[in-house]
Design a protein around this ligand. Structure first.
Ligand SMILES: Nc1nc2c(ncn2[C@@H]2O[C@H](COP(=O)(O)OP(=O)(O)OP(=O)(O)O)[C@@H](O)[C@H]2O)c(=O)[nH]1
Ligand SMILES: [Mg+2]
Length: 198
């Protein structure tokens, strides 16, 4: 299937569970690819890069920018779903719980159905966190297909890049795709992974 990633449009913004699309509406049945990872890892930036845009999905140098589940329609064929980041302590326990409940509800409602792939972002500099590991366990448990994007690949030294790649491969059994929105590394590879599943 040919998918024009430049045809991107923010279609649904869900800040509460009852705002998530349900499969009894046509838009709720569209294949979905979700972007998961800790706050500030670069999920929104990556969605922009896939679409060749600079600032459609709102990006911030401060963590906790995306606080809703955002559904970006791509060419009328699929949704790229930007999730609120996890592991942002300053947000306060109550708010963190609310965001993770929303994300949990979303993921559980589409796992095995519309959710065709999760792009799990892991920071190339810090490597996998405990939260990243939990997310990977959850996806493995529910047989949700995922790829790991080892992101901000422009930042670490060659040695540290290799170390993170080895650590992720050991953890998940598959090699991550090194990705940088600064250099464009890995963007095409990621688009091919997405096209394969929809
Ligand atoms: N050097 C470098 N910086 C990046 C890259 N991707 C994102 N950033 C920066 O990382 C910061 C966070 O990016 P966002 O895309 O807002 O991160 P997010 O994962 O959506 O964060 P939340 O919405 O808080 O969950 C911004 O300052 C981006 O410019 C990259 O590939 N390389
Ligand atoms: Mg974001």
């Amino acid at each position: 299937m040919f998918v024009d990633f430049s045809k991107i449009n923010l279609e649904i913004t869900a800040g509460r569970k009852d705002q998530l699309p349900t499969p009894n509406r046509p838009e709720g049945r569209r294949p979905q690819v979700a972007f998961s990872g800790r706050s500030n890892v670069g999920k929104s930036s990556l969605i922009n890069a896939l679409a060749g845009r600079k600032s459609l999905a709102r990006v911030s140098s401060r963590p906790g920018k995306t606080i809703t589940v955002n559904f970006y329609d791509i060419d009328g064929k699929l949704y790229l779903v930007d999730l609120p980041g996890y592991g942002y302590a300053q947000r306060g326990a109550a708010a963190q719980r609310r965001f993770s409940e929303l994300t949990d509800t979303y993921l559980n409602s589409v796992a095995g159905e519309q959710l065709k792939l999760v792009v799990q972002l892991i920071d190339c500099v810090s490597g996998p966190t405990e939260d990243d590991k939990m997310m990977i366990e959850w996806m493995t448990h529910l047989s949700v297909p995922f790829v790991i994007a080892a992101c901000k690949a422009d930042k670490p030294t060659k040695t540290n890049r290799a170390k993170t790649v080895a650590e992720i491969t050991e953890l998940t059994g598959v090699e991550p795709i090194l990705v940088s929105v600064k250099t464009g590394e890995g963007i095409k590879a990621l688009i091919s992974e997405i096209i394969k599943v929809v």
